[in-house]
Design a protein around this ligand. Structure first.
Ligand code: IMP
Ligand code: MG
Length: 172
């Protein structure tokens, strides 16, 4: 039997979102900002954080192949859907659910830089810092969590649990 252990309630998530949304709004005041959400996991986080920002933004999505139905990072990534907006001379903020090994972001940062934006920064809901294999700077993060396989608030295991309001550690 699998078990869901509560890690973060929706209130705890919201209070951190308020903090970082204020910081992002002030850092990008007067600049052209494009939020790029990494599908599918970041869809809830992007919807919530974007509505807390007090500056104008445009929004796009990108999709890369993920772990499939296992919980291990392969480091092999494939671009499934590219962005549609023109990000040349704009400031890009990548909105990611979890930064784990860092392979996904290392790949996406290089990819997005090829469109010649002014800047590319990273905003992540969860930073699993201890597990990093690639040197990635997470400019804005909500929570640092060491281990476990997390589900809920957009995060899945084999496409399940994305619609849970809080975040849970899934024990298989
Ligand atoms: P990385 O390339 O190893 O940094 O992996 C990042 C991606 O793996 C994220 O976009 C997540 O979708 C997924 N991921 C990493 N850890 C978890 C987890 O605990 N639960 C669900 N997805 C995860
Ligand atoms: Mg993901």
């Amino acid at each position: 039997m699998s078990e869901l252990i509560p890690i973060l309630s929706s209130d705890e998530i919201e209070s951190r979102l308020l903090d970082i949304s204020k910081k992002i709004s002030s850092d990008y005041e007067g600049k052209e900002l494009v939020l790029i959400g990494i599908l599918k996991g970041a869809f809830v986080f992007l919807a919530d954080i974007s509505r807390l920002l007090t500056i104008p933004v445009t929004i796009d999505f990108i999709r890369v192949s993920s772990y499939g139905d296992t919980t291990d990072s392969s480091g092999h990534l494939k671009l499934i859907n590219d962005i549609e907006l023109d990000i040349k001379n704009k400031n890009v903020l990548i909105v990611e659910d979890i930064v784990d090994s860092g392979f996904t972001l290392a790949y996406l940062i290089e990819h997005l830089k090829s469109f010649n934006p002014v800047s590319v920064k990273v905003c992540a809901l969860i930073d699993k810092k201890e597990r990093r294999k690639k040197n990635i700077k997470v400019d804005y993060f909500c929570h640092e969590i060491e281990g476990g396989f997390l589900v809920g608030y957009g995060l899945d295991y084999a496409e399940n649990y994305r619609n849970l309001q809080g975040i849970y550690d899934l024990k298989l």
